[in-house]
Design a protein around this ligand. Sequence first.
Ligand SMILES: Nc1ncnc2c1ncn2[C@@H]1O[C@H](COP(=O)(O)OP(=O)(O)OP(=O)(O)O)[C@@H](O)[C@H]1O
Length: 842
Amino acid sequence: MQIRLTVLGHGDAAAGVDVQVAAPADTPLAAVLGSLAAALAPGSATPGAVFCEDHRLDPRRALLGQPPLVDGAVLAFHKPVESAGHEPVPGRLLVVAGPDAGGVHLLRGGVARIGRSAEADIPLDDPDVSRVHCAISLDPGGRVTVTDLGSRNGTLLDGRPVTGGPVPMPPGALLRLGESLIRVEVEGAVPPPPVAPPGVPQARRRGLKDLAGRRQSGGAPAEPETARAAAPEPAAADARWPDLAALLLTALGSPRAPAAGPRLWERGATHQDAFGVRLGTAQRGAEPPRPVTVALPEAGSLGLAGPRERVAGVARAALAQLAALHPPSALELVVLAPGRASEWSWLGWLPHTRPARGQDCRLLLAFEPAQATARIQELTELAARPFAGRRTVVLVDGDPGGPEARAALAHLAITGPAAGIHLIVLAEAPPATPASPTAQTLAAARAASPLFRACGTVGLLTGAVATSLRLIGSDGAESPAAGADAVSAAWAERFARALAPVTEETVGRPAGSPRQAAAPLPESCRLLDALELARVTPGTLRERWHRHTGLPLVLGAGVEGPVAVDLADLTAPLTVDGGPGSGRTELLNTLAASLASALSPRDLSLLLVEGAGAGLRPSAELPHVASYVGATDPVRIRAFAQALREELKRRAALLGEADFGRAPTRTRRVHPPRPAVEDDLPPMLARGSDPLPWLVVLVDDFDALLTPPLGAPGRQAAGSVLRVLDAVSGEGRRLGVRLIVAGGRVAAGAPAWISLTGQPPGRGELWRAGATTAFQAGRVTGRIPRTATLRPTVTRLDWARAGDPPTTRPVRELGNGPTDVALLASAATRAAETDHPTATLV
Ligand SMILES: Nc1ncnc2c1ncn2[C@@H]1O[C@H](COP(=O)(O)OP(=O)(O)OP(=O)(O)O)[C@@H](O)[C@H]1O
């Protein structure tokens, strides 16, 4: 397991360091605390108090990889850092638009002053806002009032000037200060009824082509298309284009703090607003403000020009929106910004910058020319392929390198959009003002970045303080000025960290989002790593056994994490198909180990049958294994078949009309104890089993069992075992018995099966419900040096190097350590000896 953390100290170390921690899952924080302190300041002592945001941690109990110690977490030594804002408060002030948008400020009651200076309780980086501009008051009854504090540009409440004493602010009202729009939410207050996002037909897309058409035909002055589309329902436009404060709350409501976040990653490739970006807010007269948007699929590439700090803020806001609304399976983000690691490294926390198409880098970032060359090469290869549904947005800030890189990028700006590659190009230019018209800014931007010419839409910052924006289409059609939405660097960092630990499994895949195309599966996978059991102990096993449900089979690693299937759900035997040497036997051992890690021997018995050879012998050491027989021993195989038949009968008698189903094990204890198994038959239940544990029969080399070679010693007995396996496949489902077969043919209509391609060994696909999931099977019988996985390490993160190829530390097989299945068997045997039922419920 690897997680990235930020560690804050005090004094010189207050700025903190970002580190990468590699450790077995569930390692306590205490195991790496000394190394974390050393990373912060060499030679420093282990801290006495450690906080994650404002929670004090017990380093012996807080486990790495478990909330709150997940990817992106901030640890503070000695004193807490500001709370994430999840505690209940009477009110919240949200900055929904403007040059310092996205802010979520907690109102604890009383008066809060808003302004541009440090004196203000709520600072706002908006040049048109006075140093101390206005005050918001929240009384204990939940009433909100606003008072203008003599601001230079005034305060507007829903378009009306705020003058005199405190003016009541009704729920849902919008306050305008300078270019900023502010909303206050009060606990329990009911804003006007929200309007659901409309089912606006796809045809009404935002695009400057439409805009130009209207101008040419002498229509009304051009305005952004979205504003027109949403004109009758401003609230609907807001719902369709969530503001940045709403998006921050969505990100903070991630699984790390599972309170909110329903809109996270809501847009798959076919969503009506997929890859649209809200760049600002237009307001005409007393009308409610409306979002101004650009659709990247129509614009192709987007250029943004203006004074450096302002244009960077607009780009941060656009990238954050894309990342909040689109899942990584629909959106890949690439950064080309040589020399600008400190400005753009925040994007490295986002799951969208992880390479998922086999790119040879840690993250899709390029902060130096060699990395930029590699990224441009990868993008050029992608552009040569047909569009596969997943789009790539590339931030280009600065010169990508030599003339070749520049030429390749210019080509990409033109050819990329057809393959789903969209550039967002930044250029430094003076803002457009009456004295310096738009054409001059555009010319300056084109001089700063030749890519600007290839951008279908450009956004130019305008006004004396560059807080407004004009959109210009490739045909020169120009929109009226709107307030630009921008976010601060601190906001972006906080937003991206919140998304760092989120995966699509935890969020749920939106409708229409494509699966990742080319699967960058690992070359090998340890099952214990996939199970997050690298440090398997009797204690960790007992804990898992007590919370088991179903019969979870973890097959190995997939593109998006472990690939698993619940055997309890399958209505027919699970077949493992594949050619010789593809890894079928190893996979059966893996499946046996996976089951044994999830259920105790009281709840699960395993029966292992070898059609040929002895490949399942490593699993025979698991305490769950009640019987291990080979088809070459006619006496034992016949006895096995008979015992299994008896067991099916016994189960049928115990259950009567009932279905084994998925009833909790404990409630089945009412049944009379099972009759003693006759001594000369192989036992069907592991020692100490319940009367009715799950029974799973695993058969390897089924072909050899089916058609034993002439003269094989088990030939005479094979028929008996085939008949009983047939009975298992027919009646087993009702009786709590399941069958896994390797080397047989997949039955017609089977609900699920596994197909191993064996390139490399263990590579395969799970077929289930019409869908396939590629995986690399977990390995359990390879010998791996213990030290390869057991030692936690802490390394300082160097964001400037994040775009380099990873330095791989191949796991050396054939080492001197025990096999993983042996480790598991030993821990499971000890766990079983001390695993007593905690309660009898009936
Ligand atoms: N998941 C895996 N990861 C890494 N190597 C594997 C994996 N599975 C199998 N192998 C390697 O491939 C070899 C063949 O595997 P295995 O014996 O399981 O294949 P098989 O399909 O049962 O073949 P056969 O039936 O011909 O014996 C093993 O010796 C092992 O080294």
